[in-house]
Design a protein around this ligand. Sequence first.
Ligand code: ADP
Length: 390
Amino acid sequence: MTSLILTLNAGSSSLKTALYEASAEGAPLMTGLIERIGTAPFLKAKWANGATVERSIGHPEAGHAGAMKAVLDLVLEGAPDAHIDAVCHRIVHGGTERTDSIVLTEPLMKELAALAPYAPLHQPHNLSGVRGAMEAFPDALQIACFDTAFHRGHPWVNDTFALPRAYYDKGVRRYGFHGLSYDYISTKLAADYPDLYAGRVVVAHLGNGASMCGLLGGRSIASTMGFSAVDGLPMGTRTGQLDPGVLLYLMTEEGMNADAITDLIYKRSGLLGLSGVSNDMRTLEESDDPAAAEAIDYFVFRIRRELGGLAAALGGIDGLVFTGGIGEHSALVRERVCEGMGWIGISIDTAANTQNGPDLTGPGGSVTVLALATDEEGVLAREARRHLAA
Ligand code: ADP
């Protein structure tokens, strides 16, 4: 019987999953996505042998538990002789204490549920995913990997806000997110670019969610995301950095409450809000609407500002890594971020950039510029193997 690892990334209405062999590193045996959980759940999956599955999965009211049952059925159909030894979950928030992945227990589930107010849009759904997996795979080791964990070693000045100290003590801190992606990139640098790994690297994770991170010797010392995943860079539908005075204005002058503001800053802003066209970079690049071009201008401008800030925090810069859907594929965004950055040692090779690198370093550049695919699921599988071996 083959021992397998299942990875799960549960969002509010979606669930990403992948299946790996427990005994060997390598590409997933299957990747799957369930969308529209709660309304009209639909499963799409692809097996390594090329077989695909696409189907509606029954009762919307079954929620995450129903989605997990669909994953169980999928695994039983595609790998009937296999046994799931571990299920590894991406959990957005690990609070101040969690600096590493950990085997889930009931007391830990309580601790993580208490963090829901810190990440109300993600944490409850992540934990529903865990509950569903505990029912569907009762004899598997359940493991949590936190998006905040990779950033927990930040120096105090990068961890705090200038609020009265009591708020820091209560946990109002800059946590930083996208930790699994940065962990993957750091590990990749250690393996393939060891000199860079040892140095000062800025990583730009540019996807639908977007953030940047400063790595010193492979460890995060600063991130553009803060207390929540809405800070820092503008994203598909999130504002990124916003003067808190704007929120006060919206409350006092426009009568908006917390729910209305949440909807505005998480779902109706960013590239979508600025362009009025789309949250999707590819669509914006193809659009001839001037507002789409302006949305890209703002996105690029904020990345360049943060790049300068992170390079200062690192005391210089040896490497710049682009990742995430936009970072990996958009030659336009990379070129515009790097344009005129010779003063900091950044130059990119136009031909290499057009082909998505991976090495984009241009003539005369002292900074190694890379475009790398990230692999958050691969980090979940790696952590599961580590815990199974312990
Ligand atoms: P998520 O954060 O949801 O995982 P991804 O990392 O998949 O998102 O990134 C999605 C973004 O990547 C979208 O804005 C999409 O338009 C953009 N993208 C993907 N391919 C390209 C491309 N070839 N050119 C420009 N943008 C691209």
